[in-house]
Design a protein around this ligand. Structure first.
Ligand SMILES: C[S@@+](CC[C@H](N)C(=O)[O-])C[C@H]1O[C@@H](n2cnc3c(N)ncnc32)[C@H](O)[C@@H]1O
Length: 143
């Protein structure tokens, strides 16, 4: 629900540009079982129906662990069989070498920063990781 709500904050002109080319590339960092991916896909599905446009979506789920793979694959096959997806296992602390050169329209990172222990202060200042039980959400647009 939180991730669906986050997706509803994507601005209209950004959504329009995706539907114009009928394609979106999504990267989910620390994707786990896929909550953030599902939230976004559910919203895109609704938008596609409303606009009567068939949208093709490619998802890369990046995670350090493989324990969520089966659950994620199962969810994707059951609920989003129209989406192309793949999983890349890597530790974001080591950089993004395995997906270097790939481009994405949307990058999601939900409940990830609380899992990371060593990132530079300037990243913490910009991201504002959650140190309490309150939850926050933002959508950033890179132009
Ligand atoms: C709390 S879960 C959040 C999962 C999902 N994004 C969500 O919102 O439900 C954090 C995820 O980040 C992954 N993760 C933790 N440290 C990581 C790292 N250094 N590199 C890549 N993934 C990491 C964990 O394996 C886990 O799947």
């Amino acid at each position: 629900m939180e991730n669906y709500h986050g997706a509803t904050n994507i601005s209209c002109d950004v959504l329009d540009s995706w539907f114009e080319v009928e394609h979106v590339d999504i990267l989910s960092v620390g994707g786990g079982p896929g909550s953030d991916v599902c939230g976004v896909l559910e919203y895109l599905e609704k938008q596609a129906k409303r606009r009567n446009i068939e949208l093709s979506v490619d998802v890369i789920r990046l995670d350090i662990e493989d324990q969520w793979d089966e659950v994620f694959n199962d969810i994707m096959e059951r609920f989003f069989p129209w989406v192309n997806y793949r999983t890349v296992h890597m530790d974001v602390n080591d950089g993004f070498g395995l997906i270097s050169g790939e481009k994405f329209n949307l990058v999601t990172a939900s409940y990830l920063t609380s899992e990371l222990s060593s990132y530079p202060n300037e990243i913490a200042t910009v991201v504002g990781p959650k140190f309490s039980m309150n939850s926050g959400m933002f959508v950033g647009v890179k132009r």
